[in-house]
Design a protein. Structure first.
Length: 498
């Protein structure tokens, strides 16, 4: 029988360690049998000749031992730093992931070590890895770089930021994917830590890339990054002064002769989602970024030819109006008449988007303004139209109808109107359609209608009131409170309909 090689013997020791409970005692026991240097050599130096199974075993062991000071004390040495450097230079993703984790743990444990990591070009090597394609490695790399930003000196932070800025601008043939990642890292840092100079620079890069690129996918990524950037402290000022709003306005209005139709349509849809996402941040100061686009939203809602943009405009307006301040900004009788007119269009997707928009407007309105909105519908009694739509064979539309009815029922005047509508209780408690989202919407409506027993029992009468109460309590659906529409503007419009 052949004697096991030294590598195989050492790996057996690692396997035994992994089978024990993950404690500091087991970690110290391992280091009595294997030095940190040897554990590093096994994974960081000899990995090219190992089977994948052994690489995974060794990386698992490293992830465990990095949780204890005894490991970090040894890593915080000339030999330990050398091991990390060698591991990052390897071509093995698992090894590189462990090294990124080691950098993060070491930086948290002893921030002074970051300067040594910088001197040994380890930070530079990590920044080079943002070009990689392994998503798990990129996730660990991002965590490590953001940790360095948090713990390092101002000089080192500026050094790292300058390297990322250069990458973000596309120097040295950097591709758009890598530029996007560099910008994402800078923005993630700015969201956590204020740096006005860097914020201005990053905003200018976003604008330059959006204006100059002919790659529509890259432009879409830039819009996503711009939406994240809006969360940076004082971002409204940076964005307003950058001129990017004018660029977005020209794209949305179609004033772009140099673009082909497909590229322009994709950008316009993304800009509408950007407006919705910014509005959903619920920060009053961000509303100034949206205000220039309101006239265009009204035009798009009136547009009978481009259904995609019309639908997106409804959802954008819905997001803006989801707060009281947003509603005050968009309050306009002509606009709301146009919104309500969407209920009479032949396209189900537009009617559904319109219904969600109406629900958002009503939810943010007080008693007086909500009643005014209700009365702006020009094609007869609005409740009659809503119940007619609820009977149509479109599930998404029916769900949206009951969400609107719930918003109406939350108002005192709305409760009275619904209670005085013949046949309404039978429509609500009809559970023939076995669809949980629809039943949930109906049950939330029923719960809202009976929220004030003394009032509701009089308005509906005992028999109808008990029907509603029984239906509302039939299935446990969480709290009896209204679950208002919370749409994620980043989600593709096609997936927003339930």
């Amino acid at each position: 029988m052949m004697r096991a090689s030294p590598i195989e013997e050492d790996i057996e020791l690692v396997k035994e360690y992994l089978q024990e409970p993950n404690t500091q005692i087991s970690c110290e026991k391992l280091f009595q049998q294997l030095t940190l240097q040897r554990l590093g050599e096994l994974l960081f130096v000899e990995d090219q000749n190992q089977r994948q199974e052994n690489v995974l075993i060794l990386s698992s062991a490293w992830k465990q031992v990095l949780g204890y000071p005894v490991t970090l004390q040894q890593l915080n040495s000339k030999e330990g730093i050398y091991l990390i450097r060698q591991g990052l230079l390897s071509e093995q993703y698992e090894t590189q992931k462990v090294c990124c984790m080691a950098v993060e743990k070491l930086a948290l444990w002893n921030p002074v070590s970051i300067e040594t990591l910088k001197e040994q070009k380890i930070i530079d090597r990590m920044l080079e890895l943002i070009r990689d394609e392994d998503l798990e490695l990129l996730k660990q790399l991002k965590s490590a770089i953001l940790c360095v930003f948090r713990m390092a000196s101002q000089v080192t932070c500026e050094y790292v930021a300058s390297k990322l800025e250069l990458c973000a601008r596309g120097g040295n043939g950097v591709n758009t994917t890598t530029r996007t990642r560099a910008l994402q890292l800078l923005i993630d840092w700015l969201v956590q830590f204020s740096n006005p100079t860097l914020a201005v620079s990053v905003c200018s890069i976003l604008v330059e890339q959006l204006q100059s690129s002919s790659d529509v996918l890259f432009q879409l990524n830039i819009l996503e990054l711009l939406a994240t950037f809006v969360s940076v402290e004082n971002a409204s000022s940076y964005v307003t002064n950058s001129g990017v709003l004018s660029t977005l306005y020209s794209f949305l209005s179609g004033d772009c002769a140099h673009m082909d139709n497909l590229q322009l349509r994709l950008l316009q849809s993304a800009i509408l989602k950007w407006i919705a996402r910014v509005a959903s941040l619920e920060k009053v100061e961000q509303l100034v970024l949206i205000k220039p686009f309101l006239p265009l939203l009204g035009q798009l809602i009136d547009n009978r030819e481009d259904l995609d943009k019309r639908e997106s405009a409804y959802y954008a307006l819905s997001a803006i109006a989801s707060t009281r301040k947003g509603l005050e900004m968009v309050w306009n009788k002509e606009l709301f008449i146009s919104v309500l007119a969407g209920l009479d269009t032949p396209e189900e997707r537009i009617r559904t988007a319109c219904l969600y928009c109406i629900a958002s407007l009503l939810n943010s309105s007080d008693e007086t303004s909500s009643k005014q909105l209700f009365e702006m519908y020009r094609k007869g009694p609005l409740l009659e139209t809503l119940f007619s739509l609820a009977h149509q064979p479109f599930l998404s539309q029916s769900i949206a109808v009951f969400i609107v009815l719930e918003a109406i029922a939350e108002k005192d005047w709305g409760l009275r109107k619904i209670a005085s509508t013949a046949g309404v209780v039978d429509i609500i408690v009809n559970d023939v359609v076995d669809n949980k989202p629809l039943l949930d919407a109906k049950q939330r409506l029923a719960s809202t209608l009976i929220r004030q027993e003394s009032v509701s029992s009089i308005l509906f009468g005992d028999a109808r009131y008990l029907k509603l109460k029984d239906f509302a309590n039939r299935f446990a659906i969480g709290s009896g409170q209204s679950r208002r529409l919370m749409r994620d503007p980043q989600v593709d419009i096609a997936t927003m309909r339930q």
